[in-house]
Design a protein around this ligand. Structure first.
Ligand code: NAP
Length: 523
């Protein structure tokens, strides 16, 4: 029986059309599911979301919508075994790597369910306090934020089919904005199954959540004034999206999360044998191997004092040699596969390109796979490259290899390390490992200008720190420049994208009436 991934538009599952894409198990190559090509009924589906979906969502209070998110969380919890099976088959991930996506989704959803409940029965949010516009104080200005009048279209990348949906949908639905999700085709099954489970549970009003699997054709053409668009994926596609006629003509507010050459800096004080050094090596290996390095936040550039370069290379290579790679169904396997054979080819090409300027310190291409045919499976073992004098490097600051690949770069002194981090030209995250708190505080401010997140690890927080690559809902996710200039999450800041701000100029008495049905927008 074919597993055809139907679209859900206008509150209806759409009929099967000609098959245009086949989803495969990236380890065995087996066919798993199919999607159609260009979706039928896009314009009608988008209109239905903007009218029925938005009206029903916005008839509710923030508290009621938060309660819906909590109900969605329960549905995901009830079906989680199925999600792990899909992730194993379609993303080729081990249980631990699938958890990053699936549990991350549930955690983020529950965060917004709880945080949103604090807005209670409010239907409007006040941004700041009223300010007098007249000498007698009677005429005042109050900023309010109200949900955008259109829909939110999400075009997502292949690496987080679960979290990528809910980290965007939770703040959008809490805001009262209907969602249309277009998952990356190659791993669309998990997203589609989650949407199907939520639809079947009847939690959301019709039109609040729609899905388009397969081709992206026609999606952007269907956008209208007041819609918002959030894209996660490659810089090349991002550039096409920004320039799309409908996006330009209709002033569609756009959030872009794109490529990122994240760095991690080992402090000058963190000599081999110190706790900060050990924490750095552990983190670097974890970042290279979690989800086979297919995280937009993974460490691509490891910046270390030139005098510790050899020690870092040796310690990291020793740990990488312990990582078993292959079929995630085998309990001995620590790291599964990439999502597709296309990604395998792209990573192989990326390693070859970096090897043009960097030395291969630990070459994963030599490693034997467990229970996987190297001619078929999209498995790549972790590969560490290095350039002892970072001044000799250029491609490494420019080319993101989306797999278990990092490059060590030796820096001269702390200002040099910070300058090298900035050479990523805008990244999602950089981290610093050191015991020198005074220097770290300065470095944090110096690094902030080109990073969405600066993650500082001293030995004291070695156990409690949340992880370089983990995106926490209370902290913003997104980076300037090359990373796309987007900003998501960040607690209640994340609601800002789905609202618009208006200044209400009125009598103090009128504003008091308004305040009676409002809550203060807080971060
Ligand atoms: P991609 O090829 O750009 O695809 C991303 C999404 O865009 C997919 O859903 C794709 O659909 C769709 N798409 C492709 N062409 C389109 C077009 N012309 N119009 C509208 N939609 C279009 O990126 P990817 O290879 O899936 O993702 C890997 C990249 O994502 C990496 O570079 C990584 O850095 C980045 N990423 C960034 C973040 C972040 O948060 N910053 C997170 C994850 C990944 P199809 O799948 O159907 O082609």
């Amino acid at each position: 029986m074919t597993n055809y991934l139907h679209n859900y538009l206008s509150g209806q599952w759409q009929p099967e059309t000609t098959v245009a894409n086949i989803l495969r198990d990236p380890v065995t190559g087996a066919e798993l599911a199919q999607t159609g090509g260009r979706a039928d009924g896009l314009e009608a589906g988008f209109d239905f979301a903007r009218t029925h979906g938005a009206a029903a969502l916005q008839a509710m209070s923030y508290g009621e919508r938060a309660a819906m998110l909590a109900e969605i969380g329960k549905v995901l919890q009830a079906n989680r075994d199925a999600y792990y099976e899909i992730a194993l088959a379609n993303s080729g991930t081990t249980q631990a790597d699938s958890a990053v996506d699936i549990e991350g989704a549930a955690y983020t959803l529950n965060y917004y369910a709880k945080a949103g409940a604090a807005f209670g029965q409010a239907r409007t949010l006040l941004d700041g306090a009223a300010v007098s516009l007249s000498k007698d104080q009677l005429f005042q200005s109050q900023h309010i934020i109200t949900p955008v009048r259109g829909l939110a279209l999400f075009i997502n990348a292949f690496n987080f089919p679960a979290w990528g949906l809910w980290e965007k949908a939770a703040p959008a639905l809490l805001s009262g904005v209907p969602v249309v999700i277009k998952p990356a085709t190659v791993t669309a099954w998990l997203t589609q199954r989650m949407v199907a489970d939520v639809v079947a549970a009847g939690i959301l009003p019709a039109g609040a959540l729609s899905i388009v699997c397969g081709s992206s054709a026609g999606l952007l053409d269907s956008l209208q004034l007041f819609d918002v668009l959030s894209f996660t994926g490659s810089a090349d596609t991002a550039a096409q999206i920004r320039a799309h006629a409908a996006v330009v003509r209709h002033s569609v507010r756009t959030n872009i999360e794109a490529d990122s050459l994240n760095s991690a800096i080992l402090g000058e004080d963190a000599a081999p044998g110190t706790p900060a050094f050990d924490l750095y090596i552990k983190e670097l290996v974890r970042e290279m191997t979690t989800k086979s390095g297919q995280r937009c936040t993974a460490i691509r550039r490891a910046l270390v004092p030139a005098r510790y370069f050899d020690a870092v290379a040796e310690a990291t290579a020793a740990r990488l040699a312990q990582i078993t790679v292959g079929n995630p169904r085998n309990a001995d396997v620590r790291m599964g596969s990439l999502v597709s054979r296309e990604q395998f080819d792209s990573v192989q090409q990326g390693i070859a390109a970096l090897a043009g300027e960097a030395r291969l310190i630990h070459d994963g291409r030599q490693q034997t796979l467990i229970d996987a045919d190297p001619a078929v499976a999209a498995c790549v073992a972790p590969t560490l490259l290095g350039i002892a004098d970072a001044e000799q490097a250029s491609l490494v600051h420019d080319h993101e290899v989306f797999g278990p690949v990092s490059t060590l770069l030796g820096y001269r002194d702390a200002p040099h390390a910070i300058a090298l981090a900035h050479r990523g030209l805008g990244s999602l995250v950089t981290s610093v490992f050191s015991a020198d708190e005074a220097w770290m505080a300065q470095a944090a401010c110096a690094l902030a200008g080109s990073h969405g997140r600066v993650h500082m690890v001293t030995p004291e927080v070695g156990k409690s720190q949340s992880g370089h690559g983990n995106v926490m809902p209370v902290s913003i996710h997104g980076g300037p420049g090359r990373a796309g200039g987007g900003e998501e999450l960040g607690g209640m800041r994340g609601l800002g994208f789905y609202h618009r701000r208006s200044a209400i100029q009125a009598s103090a008495a009128t504003l008091e009436q308004l305040a009676a049905t409002s809550a203060k927008w807080h971060y």
